[in-house]
Design a protein around this ligand. Structure first.
Ligand SMILES: *Cc1c(COP(=O)(O)O)cnc(C)c1O
Length: 366
């Protein structure tokens, strides 16, 4: 059992609030898929999936088969879409009743081969490349796609066709996004005509849901929004933060004026100082660029700057002006604004800050 004082709290009430906020934007017929890849954006995929099974959620998605298998082993029964299904894992995908996204003729042919012994047509999802240029079929692949799909009707059934928006949060890219939506819808309709039945259509991620209500189609895919970020400042304010990263002071060092802190003497105190040591570092997801950068954490309601180089497993903060002692709680972040500031200092996005919190950090569901 890990009793480490360094803990990532996951706030289930906030998760539910965020889910309901996004669902309040949907028509009643629109289904909800929640993306819980990468340990549910760095939290805890199994715990989040359990929460979602108690809500009105129709689908889960993860990137890889291994992530889906973990969910199945934990007893999760919701349909699970494997966004980046890989040929090497097709047998496992079938064994664990996971539903692959099929994005190339090669993967389609090989998946159909694996479905030789299925009792009924196996659910697959066709990924359309509408402009992201990452994974998926383009319009010119239609004939080739159908020449494989139609003769395999007994083996596979297309549950959905879907695509991904590249700039859904960016209001200056509306024209490009609309072109993606139109391309997707055209191609999806053609597939539907060719097949003679109507697979579900979906394209919106979190910011797409908020910016493009006309593109909700049959289902939407909520990712970062569940965790409190909408990529649009005024919308993020309406969401609640779900990830709280906390630790405790391991030790307080008393330094004389002119002494230095940590590797390479990168920080030197200009007065007699108290330096507190925390039990987490860059191997836990703190970014080393936050060293001596003006980033502060909070100790007993006061801000304490990170001083010296962040180490692999340890970070030092200056608590000279703060009434605190060894064992006191330290909050690395608990608000979206703090996470946004950390992201901006590291020239990245909240997605990366959240998913960087290493699996070594204990998770606690609140
Ligand atoms: C990660 C992902 C999402 C979720 O995106 P957010 O921006 O986090 O809402 C949706 N669809 C696909 C294909 C993804 O890979």
């Amino acid at each position: 059992m890990n009793n480490s004082p360094t803990v990532l709290e996951i706030h289930s009430k906030a998760i539910k609030h965020n889910l309901l906020y996004f669902q309040s934007k949907l028509q009643s017929k629109t289904r909800t898929l929640v993306v819980i890849k990468a340990f549910s954006y760095g939290s805890d995929a199994i715990e989040i999936a359990k929460i979602l099974e108690g809500q009105h959620v129709d689908y889960l998605a993860v990137s890889y088969a291994s992530e889906g298998i973990e969910l199945r082993n934990a007893g999760i029964i919701l349909p699970i879409l494997i966004l980046h299904a890989q040929i090497e894992n097709f047998d496992k995908i079938i064994e664990y009743n996971l539903e692959p996204a099929i994005y190339s003729q090669r993967s389609l042919k090989l998946f159909i081969e694996r479905c030789e012994h299925v009792n009924e047509p196996y659910a697959i999802h066709i990924k359309i490349n509408s402009g992201m240029n990452r994974l998926g079929f383009k319009m010119e692949d239609r004939a080739g796609l159908m020449s494989i799909l139609i003769p395999a009707k007994e083996r596979v059934k297309v549950k959905s066709t879907f695509s991904h928006l590249a700039s859904s949060e960016d209001k200056t890219s509306k024209e490009f996004t609309m072109s993606q939506i139109i391309y997707f819808n055209d191609f999806a309709e053609k597939i539907s005509i060719d097949l003679g039945y109507k697979p579900m259509k979906h394209i919106c991620n979190s910011s797409g849901i908020l910016q493009y209500p006309e593109a909700h189609f049959d289902m939407v895919r909520i990712g970062i929004g569940l965790y409190g970020f909408a990529n649009i400042p005024e919308e993020t304010k309406r969401l609640k933060n779900t990830h709280f990263l906390k630790t405790k002071i391991s030790q307080i060092q008393h330094l004389d004026k002119g002494e230095s802190v940590g590797y390479n003497q990168s920080y030197r105190v200009e007065r007699p100082s108290r330096i507190a040591t925390l039990s987490l570092g860059y191997a836990d997801g703190l970014k080393r660029v936050w060293s001596n950068s003006g980033i502060s954490v909070s100790v007993n309601q006061y801000l304490a700057p990170i001083v010296g180089k962040i180490c692999m497993c340890i970070t030092m903060i200056d608590v000279t002006d703060i009434d605190c002692k060894e064992g006191d709680e330290v909050i690395i972040f608990k608000t979206q604004d703090q996470i946004l500031e950390l992201a901006s200092k590291a020239q990245t996005i909240p997605y990366e800050i959240l998913t960087s919190i290493s699996q070594r950090v204990r998770r606690e569901l609140k």
